[in-house]
Ligand binder design. Structure first.
Ligand code: NDP
Ligand code: BG6
Length: 510
């Protein structure tokens, strides 16, 4: 099907912020955790910054039997410190309780949308946000198409669908989901969210690489010896044990967030910072990532699960004792991979990736370690301990960039030691870096800018990369599961992945 579009799908990343066009935002799963913790606060943020059109409203849909007023109360409670603009906007909120299989739910929704067009001037423009459990995504997309909601309302210009992760649980299910969603919406109507793409510091990888001439000549195998991507979390699975039991760290973090960061860091320079060029380059890079057979995968990955331990000076339970988790669960809360990118730029440079819950700290970083000097003319213990030059892109927290290099220690002797030159967001810029990504992405989806959203071919390629590991681990005894104490950097065996090449994991600066 084809819908009229004003969507600036090729709007460059560099366009100035704008106000959204008039529209009604429909949130499916309005009673859920994501709506509460991310979507409503993001909307409040946009409202207070004047980024929402005057002609804007929100309709929540879920099975919970709330009234409009109850939904409004939740919206106020979820953003306790919001200002006047949010309180005014919330007055307009409407809520539809109902099952997604019932036409009554969609009849009611259509009536409220028509009312919003009349009352608030939303002009027939709609953005539907699938913020509910993934197993009902295709049911909702089908119902929207069947009810004619996949095209704009009268006089409108767009009807868009925002889809949350996880986008499938493997390649096959992702293709099924895509087929279902594409039966109802065209690709240019679909906005697949990966909230890492909304983070300022993830976008800063693009600025660092493509706004500075100095890095380009060294951004390749000739200068870079190895790359490490770390997404460490100190939290456990919190209240999401039930969901996590169907996912695990590889699906939850590596297939999406890590693959996005990896693609931005290693891709070729795009000829423009717009949706088409940027995503073309990301896909090309993902296609260059080596895909092992399941047998080879066992050897290139380590998976772990946390036992009880101490994090931030607090005793925390084992994963198997978390709410909603099976007492004999074999789901991984930690994964480490040794990847290869097979192209001219990166051939032979190992890319080590690790992510885990209940690690000692929350830190996301990309570290490019450069080759050592061919000959070290300096003597002494300090010189021998010199670390190789490393460029660390710190995504969160203490957002910034550090370059580690050798410097002379003051004094009469000629001694050298490793030091760091730091750029810290906090000290240079005083606003805007804290966002969790949702305000930016929600705003872009409403404005029709797909640059920071994930295209279907990216999703598929990312599944092709991780599927062999999932396949290997599904075999009895395949890959094993190694336990680690909460509050440590994961199972010791993960060190072996690197030791084979004489490498070791970085200890991020905390
Ligand atoms: P929740 O577990 O809070 O569920 C969301 C809503 O789904 C519930 O409020 C419930 O509403 C509805 N629901 C539950 N079971 C069913 C069912 N069997 N049939 C129909 N509806 C059901 O999930 P989250 O809000 O945490 O997550 C929503 C989406 O966002 C998921 O895709 C998740 O992966 C993604 N996500 C969540 C993040 C988070 O931090 N929470 C982070 C990133 C992505 P009701 O019963 O009222 O219909
Ligand atoms: C989500 C995962 O996508 O990302 C969570 O489902 C994880 O398990 C979260 O905690 C991490 O996001 P952030 O922004 O805190 O790094």
């Amino acid at each position: 099907m084809t819908a009229p579009l004003t969507a600036p799908l090729t709007a460059p990343l560099t366009s100035p912020p704008q106000q959204t066009p008039p529209l009604a935002l429909v949130i499916f799963g309005a009673s859920g955790d994501l709506t509460s913790r991310k979507i409503l606060p993001a909307l409040a943020n946009l409202a207070e910054r004047g980024r929402l059109a005057e002609e804007f409203t929100v309709i929540g849909v879920a099975r919970t039997e709330w009234s409009d007023e109850e939904f409004r109360q939740v919206a106020l409670k979820d953003v306790p410190d919001a200002g006047e603009h949010w309180r005014e906007l919330v007055e307009r909120f409407r809520y539809v309780p109902g099952e997604y299989a019932s036409t009554e739910t969609f009849d009611r929704l259509k009536a409220l949308l028509a009312e919003a067009d009349q009352r608030y001037g939303t002009h027939g423009n709609r953005v539907y946000y699938l913020a509910t459990i993934p197993s009902v995504f295709s049911l909702i997309a089908d119902a929207l198409a069947k009810e004619g909601c996949n095209v704009p309302g009268e006089g409108g210009e767009f009807a868009r669908l925002v889809v949350e992760k996880p986008y499938g649980k493997d390649l096959e299910s992702a293709l099924d989901l895509d087929a279902a969603v594409h039966r109802a919406f065209d690709e240019d109507q679909i906005f697949r969210i990966d909230h890492y793409m909304g983070k300022e510091t993830v976008q800063n990888v693009l600025a660092l690489r493509f706004a500075n001439a100095v890095f380009e000549p060294i951004w390749n195998r000739r200068y870079v010896e190895q790359i490490q991507i770390t997404v460490a979390e100190s939290i456990g699975v919190e209240h999401r044990g039930g969901f996590y039991e169907t996912a695990g760290a590889l699906r939850d973090i590596v297939q999406n967030h890590v693959m996005q960061v990896l693609a931005l860091t290693l891709m070729e320079p795009p000829t423009g910072m717009d949706a088409t060029h940027l995503r073309d380059e990301k896909v090309k890079l993902l296609k260059a990532v080596d895909i092992p057979t399941p047998d080879e995968a066992v050897d290139k990955a380590v998976r772990g699960q946390y036992r009880a331990g101490v994090v931030d000076q607090l005793a925390v339970p084992a994963y198997r004792d978390e709410e909603g988790v099976a007492s004999d669960s074999m789901i991984e809360t930690y994964v480490a991979l040794r990847l290869r990118v097979e192209n001219w730029r990166w051939a032979g440079v190992p890319v080590y990736v690790r992510t885990g819950k209940r690690l000692p700290a929350r830190v996301t970083e990309v570290a490019l370690q450069f080759h050592r000097v061919p000959f070290l003319a300096f003597e002494g213990e300090l010189a021998r301990q010199l670390r190789p030059n490393t460029l660390v892109l710190r995504i969160q927290p203490n957002e910034g960039i550090s370059l580690h290099f050798g410097a002379k220690v003051p004094g009469e002797e000629f001694r050298v030691q490793s030091v760091a030159m730091d750029f810290l967001y906090d000290t240079t810029f005083h606003e805007g870096r804290e966002s969790d990504g949702y305000p930016r992405l929600l705003h872009d989806a409403m404005c029709g800018d797909a640059t920071l959203f994930i295209r279907t071919d990216e999703v598929e390629q990312a599944w092709r990369i991780v599927d062999p590991y999932l396949e290997a681990w599904a075999e009895p005894g395949g890959g094993g599961l190694h336990f680690y104490r909460a509050g440590t950097w994961g199972p010791h065996i993960a060190d072996l992945l690197l030791e084979r090449s004489g490498d070791s994991w970085r200890i991020p600066e905390l």
